[in-house]
Design a protein around this ligand. Structure first.
Ligand SMILES: *Cc1c(COP(=O)(O)O)cnc(C)c1O
Length: 427
């Protein structure tokens, strides 16, 4: 390992060296997947004749924007979809998910989650929280959920009966901010098969956030009808400055496009201003950037496991999203971890994060993030609600050298307070 341009204690350096040495097998696998996905992306660019003319931004209505149309086709090919809607107009992943849900659901329809509670921000969209805000519930869409089993696997036996009469069977691929395992594409394939066998009309919709390019296939290549995600996560490659996507069955993507713009107009409008080039470039880089984020996560798991903490997933477990949870067990460890990670950020390294009362959360939250794009979690970042189990959920890393340094500085920050090793716990 190279000399680190920061003062880091011998114990942390030693831990880092050992931690990294154990990761060689995982890193080789990550590189293999990144290479295959990079070639998959490159072939799609070549086959669709991506050219400089696609980067010029349209204005106004954006009729006939060839860059926009080509990006949709490229993305559809990469994800094995019939069609896609890749737009900077989506303000976030939640907005893309909302567009997809309102795009395909009608009053009286049933939305069934097969992965328990959905991501926090979807609660108000579905109508589990808040009233009169225009949620699906306000429009007469019914919601049901099937919880995951105690070990985090879908309740396969219950699926056939549960999907009877259901319009959308919804899955969240990523663990989100829970300690459950994320779903593999193979698991999604099994669920999609069960759903379609029991109810051929049901739409299998997957919240694909944090999952893109982690495996060799996307859920749409394994039976899902629609996938949705954010461009300031994996598929934006750290370059897209905003946006999201919806991809899958052509008729469904069309319905979603009517919701994004308006019925009758759909995909034919929406100027790209100057965003197309960044979306193309980010997509081109995404497989290797996701690889860097995965290596950062594996290294962090290895290091903090050696320091005595439970980590989810373990460093050598298969991964299907970029999230790494480290269960630190104590508030002061969590704070020291986040403050240390911030010190390695390329942007805002001089800032000291503190716990704050974030709207919508019932406990304080501390976040480490120093990113080129505000809130981009494909860049190294960590979030931690100040409550049991006092876990840091970290993700991202545009490059492995930077991600690795962030993890080392998180450990060093804890070491400086004498609380790096889990055995230093003293109540
Ligand atoms: C990030 C994310 C979302 C959407 O969140 P935004 O912050 O609105 O982009 C939804 N589901 C999961 C699992 C996510 O990770």
């Amino acid at each position: 390992m190279n000399t680190i341009p920061f003062s880091v204690s011998p114990r942390v350096l030693d831990l880092a060296r050992q931690a990294e040495a154990r990761c060689a097998g995982q890193f080789a696998q990550i590189d293999q997947t990144a290479e295959a996905n990079a070639w998959k992306v490159l072939s799609a660019f070549i086959q669709h004749g991506v050219s400089e003319s696609h980067f010029y931004g349209s204005t106004g209505y954006g009729y006939g924007d060839r860059g926009r149309e080509t990006l949709d086709q490229v993305f559809a090919q990469i994800t094995g979809s019939q069609d896609a809607l890749v737009r900077h107009n989506f303000v976030s992943g939640t907005h893309a998910l909302t567009t997809a849900l309102f795009g395909v659901l009608r009053p009286g329809d049933v939305l069934l989650s097969l992965t328990g509670s959905p991501y926090d921000t979807l609660e108000e969209v579905i109508g589990l929280r808040g009233e009169g805000n225009g949620s699906l519930k306000d429009f007469g869409v019914l919601y049901r959920q099937l919880d995951l089993l105690a070990d985090g696997t879908p309740d396969y036996d219950a699926i056939p009966q549960a999907v009877e009469g259901v319009k959308v069977a919804y899955l969240q691929r990523s663990r989100g901010y829970s300690l459950r395992p994320s779903l593999s594409v193979e698991t999604i394939e099994k669920v999609a098969r069960l759903v379609h066998e029991a109810n051929p009309q049901a739409i299998v919709m997957v919240d694909n956030c944090y999952g893109e390019f982690v495996e060799l296939r996307e859920p749409t290549q394994a039976g899902a009808d629609l996938i949705i995600g954010s461009l300031i996560k994996n598929p934006g490659g750290g370059i897209a400055r905003t946006g999201g996507y919806i991809a899958g069955r052509q008729d469904l993507v069309e319905l979603c496009s009517y919701r994004l713009t308006s019925p009758g107009m759909g995909k034919e409008v929406g100027c790209t201003l100057g965003e197309s080039r960044d979306m193309f470039l980010g997509l081109f880089l995404a497989p290797t950037v996701v690889g860097a984020a995965l290596k950062t996560a594996v290294f962090a798991a290895s290091l903090f496991e050696q320091a005595g903490y439970p980590v989810y997933p373990r460093f050598d477990e298969p991964r299907t999203d970029i999230i790494q949870a480290v269960r630190l067990g104590e508030e002061k460890r969590l704070i020291a971890f986040c403050q240390g990670m911030q010190k390695g950020a390329p942007v805002d390294a001089f800032v000291t994060p503190e716990p704050w009362d974030m709207p919508g959360y019932n406990s304080q939250v501390i976040m480490a993030a120093g990113a080129f794009t505000m809130g981009a979690s494909i860049e190294l970042s960590a979030d931690a609600p100040i409550r049991e189990p006092y876990a840091a959920w970290m993700q991202g890393g545009l490059t492995y050298p930077a991600g690795k340094l962030g993890v080392i500085l998180a450990a060093q920050s804890m070491e400086e307070q004498g609380i790096l090793m889990a055995s230093s716990y003293n109540g």
